[in-house]
Ligand binder design. Structure first.
Ligand SMILES: [Zn+2]
Length: 246
C-alpha cells in the first residue's frame, strides 16, 4: 500500500543515468532503501535535491524486496552549515553514517528519527563537540547499549568517590571491581556526572549543560572507544593522515 512519511537522506548513489537510490531514515518505518526512477529527467514529483542531511516528505510503496519505489519527494528542511562549516558537516556526517551502518532495515524507531532531527537542528546554534556528546550518549541508549553511570556495572554496588570506566564492561566500576578489570580507566567526577546528566536529561536540557572543551573531548574519546568495542564502528571519517576533528 502506498505510504507517506518524513525521512532524512542518510546516503545516496546514482543508478544508471537517470535514477537515484537512497538510504533514508523515516519517522514511521525506520531505515528504508528507496529508488527515485527518472530523478535526473527533472520529473516534477521530485522537487528535492535528495542530498544527504536533508529532511524530506516521501511517498513510496513498501515491498518485501529491499529497494522500494519512491514516487514523490519534497524537500522540507536542509541545514545551511553543511555548505559552510567543515567541522559541523563532519559531525553531522557521523550521525548519518552511524545510523546508516548500525540500524537494520524496517526497524521502526521514531525516537532515533527525533534524535537525528534535534541533533542536526542543534548544530545550527551550538558547538559541534557538545552536540556530538549528546547524540552519541542518547543514540547508545536507543540502540540498547546504554553505558551505566549510576552503579557499578559489574556488581551493582556503590561507586565511591573515584570513577573508573571500563569500555568492555560498558560502564563505571566500583573500586573493588575496577582493580580486576584490565581496561578500567579513571575518569574525573566532572566527566562521569556530565555523561550521566546528558544520558538522562531531555535533549534541550542537555544542550544547556555547561561543558568545558576538555570535558567534551574526554567524553567523545570514551564514546569513540565504546562504539569501536561494542559496535565495531569507527566514528571518525577522515582519510588516513588527515587531522582529527577533535
Ligand atoms: Zn563492583
Amino acid at each position: 500500500m502506498v505510504q507517506k512519511d518524513l525521512g532524512f537522506i542518510l546516503s545516496r548513489y546514482n543508478f544508471r543515468d537517470t535514477s537515484v537510490i537512497a538510504n533514508i531514515y523515516t519517522k514511521n518505518l525506520g531505515k528504508i532503501v528507496g529508488i527515485c526512477k527518472g530523478f535526473y529527467t527533472q520529473k516534477k514529483e521530485f522537487s528535492s535535491t535528495l542530498e544527504p542531511f536533508t529532511l524530506n516528505e516521501f511517498i513510496f510503496y513498501p515491498k518485501r524486496r529491499e529497494i522500494w519505489l519512491i514516487s514523490f519527494a519534497e524537500l522540507l528542511q536542509d541545514y545551511p552549515y553543511t555548505r559552510t562549516s567543515i567541522g559541523k558537516t563532519r559531525v553531522a556526517a557521523v550521525f548519518l553514517n552511524l545510523i546508516d551502518s548500525t540500524m537494520p532495515l524496517w526497524d521502526k524507531n521514531p525516537e532515533v528519527f527525533y534524535l537525528l532531527a534535534e541533533s542536526l537542528e542543534a548544530l545550527m546554534r551550538h558547538n559541534e563537540r557538545k552536540v556530538m556528546c549528546i547524540f552519541l550518549l542518547k543514540y547508545l541508549v536507543l540502540s540498547g547499549l546504554k553505558p551505566e553511570f549510576n552503579a557499578c556495572i559489574s556488581c551493582a554496588g556503590k561507586l565511591g568517590g573515584v570513577f573508573s570506566f571500563s569500555v568492555s564492561h560498558g560502564g563505571l566500576l566500583c573500586p573493588r571491581c575496577s582493580a580486576r578489570a584490565a581496561d578500567a580507566r579513571k575518569i574525573s567526577g566532572d566527566v562521569a556526572s556530565s555523561m550521566r546528566y546528558i544520558q538522562e536529561a531531555e535533549f534541550a536540557k542537555a544542550l544547556r549543560l555547561s561543558l568545558s572543551g576538555s570535558c567534551e573531548k574526554k567524553i567523545i574519546n570514551i564514546l569513540e572507544k565504546f562504539l569501536a568495542h561494542h559496535l565495531e564502528y569507527s566514528i571518525f571519517l577522515e582519510a588516513p593522515g588527515e587531522a582529527r576533528i577533535f
